[in-house]
Ligand binder design. Sequence first.
Ligand code: K7E
Ligand code: CUA
Length: 650
Amino acid sequence: MSDKKNDQGPELKAGQIRALTEEEIAALPGGPGNPARRSFMKAGALAGLVGAGGLIGSLGLERAAHAAEPGKKLESHDVAPGHLDEYYGFWSGGQSGELRILGVPSMRELMRVPVFNTDFAIGWGITNESKRVLGENFPRGGDLHHPHMSQTHGHYDGRYLFMNDKTGSRIARIRCDVMRTDKITSIPHVADVHGLRVQREPRTGYVFANSEFRIPSPNDGRDLDDPKKYQCVFTAVNGETMEVAWQVIVDGNLDNTDCDYEGKYVASTCYNSEGAVDLAGMMRSERDWVVVFNIKRIEAAVKAGKFKTIGTSKVPVVDGRHGSELTMYIPVPKSPHGLNATPDGKYFAAAGKLSPTVTLMEWSKVDDYFAGKLKDPRDAVVAEPQLGLGPLHTAYDGRGYAYTTLFIDSQMAKWNIQDAIDAYAGKKVNYLRQKLDVAYQPGHNHTSLGETRDADGKWLVSLNKFSKDRFLAVGPLHPDLDQLIDISGDQMVLVADEPVYSEPHDAVIIPAKMLAGKIKRKWDRKDPFFAETVAQAKKHGVVLEKDSKVIRQGKKVFVYMTSSAPKFGLDSFKVKKGDEVTVVVTNVDSIEDLSHGFCLAHHGVNMEISPQETSSVTFKADKPGVYWYYCTFFCHALHLEMRGRMLVEA
Ligand code: K7E
Ligand code: CUA
């Protein structure tokens, strides 16, 4: 072994990839190359999924061995300064609760959009406009897993992005024209919201949401420790109104979901078919299932009044448990995870997780089942390729290939869909094309346009849960690692490592040209996002674009002011201790990128006011004294002078 050990992995010269020494190669378990790495990864996985500290050193060497693989010229993902990326990437922010916008292929982070989190930079969770979206008593954060853009006829349409909050059982919508969260809906009768997808045909339409944990229904203290009575429901939300359209009670608990390209079905993976509340219980059976929901039949049942409501909620809830004509239960190996429909509209795949297989099913066989022509639901399965350990999610390139993440093996498996079908039918064909090492433990993957009819087979990202030694040490918490892979050729080629903050689960990659002209570069004064604030000003006789004045109504004080670099409309305003103060700032600058901020010292108040935007905040003035407010976006040479005083009388 090299004696040059340090915390940060093998020593590299700038711009160089270091080859292993002969000694190091000899020290690798089982010799050089993939097999060694694989057996190591398996050992690691069995020892508690790479938990064992002693294994980390050799993992680093494996990395070097892979990165230094000869004969592979890395494709460039460089985007020169001043040049634009070809794609947008919309990235889940996981437990940070935000959505992130990346440029692909550069992997540069372009923007963060706060959704379920609070964000002091723009005042999300602080301004009245954001609180109207978040609702009263909103939770402090959220766990954002799955972002998906609205579609029309199976193509991205640039209207909205939808995403789930696993911990708060919520679904949020971002308006793509301003990239701002505009609606958040709480889902009733569920403990969490996990899998989320959008209807493709004719358009979105429905937003489908799985819930994972089973709970009593209603969850009001009854049946506390009687898990047999716990329930899990599937939810369809109307993406236009963001109201819950209907729910379906299912057997087992739901995990991930996807729908077809014809608007007929949506399918979800289910694990814990046992309905257990402990790990051993959840592993008792040999199989779980995929449940397919028949959208037309569910709509008809709701229309015919064949539903119940729960508690005070008006949401129609139909029964889709075993024996229901609304659903189909397809047995698959234990604990399936990802559910991904192929872009040709023919198949859908459930990743095995605990089984080394992916189960491929055909939508037309689902037609047959509901028409009474297919008796055994298992006959909807057309392939079950064996790929490696820990298959979690599958992405597609539109050329007939599928890419499946192998969590335990830390690999990406590329396989041919038709060959896998032929092999299942008994032909002697090899469907596996390539396995690429990724670093390390991938969860989701995603291809450019791969969840639409337009799958273009250019880029694949592997969203890895561990980065280990791939970056400089930054403390016990490591960044996650998103790797960009070029899939345009026969072989997958790794082109970039992107460290990311906790914790991306999923992402979508959308050509910039699909959004061209749809994204605004400054606010429209008539924008609905702040329309309520504008209406309130009107009632007060205030013209926001011109007036700066203070209006008192009893103990409520409304402070209206403009902002224009480098000046607020008011140099000072006076209130009394105990007043409820609402400050409304309108940015009358209309130069692109000339944002101002309003930050009030010692009051936890900051908000962004971009060109032509109105933002407002309400707080209690409970401390007598002088408090400066100042601009927080460096807008002008006299930006530091852009400030004023709030005078609070005792
Ligand atoms: Cu696989 Cu929440 Cu999509 Cu994470 S789920 S990986
Ligand atoms: Cu306005 Cu800085």
